[in-house]
Ligand binder design. Structure first.
Ligand code: EPU
Length: 433
């Protein structure tokens, strides 16, 4: 296994490039299945989740290869409409194959994702939605077995409650090639979904109202392959903004390049400014100017354009660097707090009550051996390590490798003392002499 070894106290300075979006890349890859022929996807990050999903596509019959900074996906032959448990359990977004395979083949056998590292993440809306579009659904040995009568869904109306990124993507994949029209109400408006809709449109899908809460879809018999470029990763951007605010030199800007500031949503940007940190946007460059003193700002996560749940663990670390007390409340996932006991090992004064974390800032963080539990939890440990006294070992970073491209290279270029090391998780500690 691998870990990151970080010695805290160095300032973050210089320029950090923002990689392409993971959460937009996955639906783009699923969309490629709908067009017989070869899709060219630009800006697909080199991440573990992308490797996993490439494999999911290959199982169905697609050929997937790297080309420059992106992928070539040849979906001429999709002859095995299945997504196996072994891959879906590694990455829940593999469940997008339900909609993609129904849309392309009129049938699908896709493993149910099961549990998630931080508690229940239901897929009821995906399944009820497919039924509303005309699919018959059975559950067999942990697999959702779906089929469209006479090979094509008839289309229908679905109201998502709550609004869901994954369900919106899955239903769009299925409805784009339905015989009739469909309507998704309370659809997700996250930038990742909007970019995905643009790709479907480039493939010939007829969509109306994308980027709004009501999307209407006129089904077409088949989509065609397209060439399409992905957008930058907004969660990496938010993570680096927080990194600059806590570990940058006061009043010395840290530059983030290749970013889309408008993809982060007003709540995050507003909360960030209220800490006293500032930013200046010039095209795809964002200058982050750390303040002398960070002011604690309480946040509540919400769907876009609300404060992203994917940035709440990182915000907890920012609060630890402020004088005073503030809270982090997660309304999207009420128990996404596995990072808290690990951060407590580094000295953060923190209390969890229901879906709210109270952080008493101002205590000096200290390096420790800590363990990643999921993607965003892992990066919060890296942020804490950057400002802690001494050395931190962040174990099980395969979680981090799912969603942060070359993190240690990027941070070490900007002055952070960070390196990757192999280790034996099960090695017994040495007996003292
Ligand atoms: N929900 C339901 N039923 C469903 C689906 C969702 O009740 O059938 C609920 C969820 O429990 C949650 C809310 O709806 O309370 C929103 O969940 P959503 O479906 O939007 O989440 P997702 O599509 O499973 C994506 C991201 C997550 C991110 C969430 C929320 C991808 C691949 N994943 O998940 O990203 O946390 O949206 O923004 O896009 C990550 O990148 O670390 C990550 C977990």
């Amino acid at each position: 296994m691998e870990k990151l070894v970080i010695t805290g106290g160095n300032a973050l300075r210089g320029t950090l490039p923002i990689s392409a979006s993971k959460n937009a890349a996955l639906p783009l890859m699923a969309a490629a299945i709908l067009g017989p022929g070869t899709c060219r996807l630009g800006r697909i990050p080199q991440l573990r989740d992308i490797t996993t999903f490439s494999h999911v596509l290959r199982i169905a019959g697609a050929e997937v290869s790297r080309e420059g900074d992106g992928l070539l996906i040849d979906a001429s032959r999709i002859n095995f409409p299945e997504a196996p448990y072994e891959l879906v359990k590694k990455m829940r977004a593999s469940f997008y194959m339900l909609g993609a395979l129904l849309g392309r083949c009129g049938r699908a056998r896709v493993s149910l994702p099961g549990g998630c590292a931080w508690g229940p993440r239901p897929v009821n809306l995906h399944i009820d939605g497919m039924k509303a579009l005309g699919a018959t659904i059975d559950l067999e040995e942990g697999y959702v077995v779906a089929s469209a009568p006479n090979g094509r869904l008839h289309g229908g109306t679905i109201v998502l409650q709550p609004s869901s990124v994954g369900a919106t993507v899955n239903l769009l994949l299925a409805a784009s090639t339905a015989r009739g029209g469909s309507r998704i109400e309370n659809a997700a408006i996250e930038p990742d979904v909007v970019v995905f809709c643009e790709m479907l449109q480039a493939m010939g899908a007829r969509l109306h109202g994308t980027g709004t809460r009501t999307i209407e879809i006129e089904g077409v018999p088949l989509l065609r392959p397209a060439t399409f470029a992905n957008c930058p990763d907004r969660i990496e951007l938010g993570t680096f903004m927080i990194a600059a605010a806590i570990a940058g030199i006061p009043e010395k800007p840290v530059t983030l390049t290749g970013a889309r500031a408008d993809h982060l949503g007003q709540d995050f940007m507003g909360a960030f400014l209220r800490t006293g940190a500032r930013f200046e946007i010039a095209d795809d460059k964002i200058l982050i100017i750390p303040p002398e003193v960070l002011t604690p700002v309480s946040i509540v996560t919400a769907i876009y354009p609300g404060f992203p749940t994917d940035l709440q663990a990182q915000w907890t670390v920012l609060l630890a660097c402020c004088e005073g007390t503030a809270t982090v409340t997660d309304q999207v996932y009420g128990d996404r707090f596995n990072h808290i006991p690990e951060l407590a090992r580094m000295g953060i004064e923190v209390r969890v009550n229901g879906n709210t974390v109270t952080v008493a800032g101002g205590t000096k963080l200290k390096g420790a051996r800590v363990m990643s539990t999921d993607l965003r939890a892992s990066v919060s440990l890296v942020l804490a390590a950057m400002v802690a006294e001494g050395t931190t070992h962040v174990g099980r970073i395969y979680h981090l490798d799912r969603g942060y491209e070359r993190l240690e290279d990027k941070l070490s270029t900007c002055g952070i003392d960070i390196r990757r090391e192999a280790y034996d998780e099960f090695a017994a500690p040495e007996v003292p002499a």
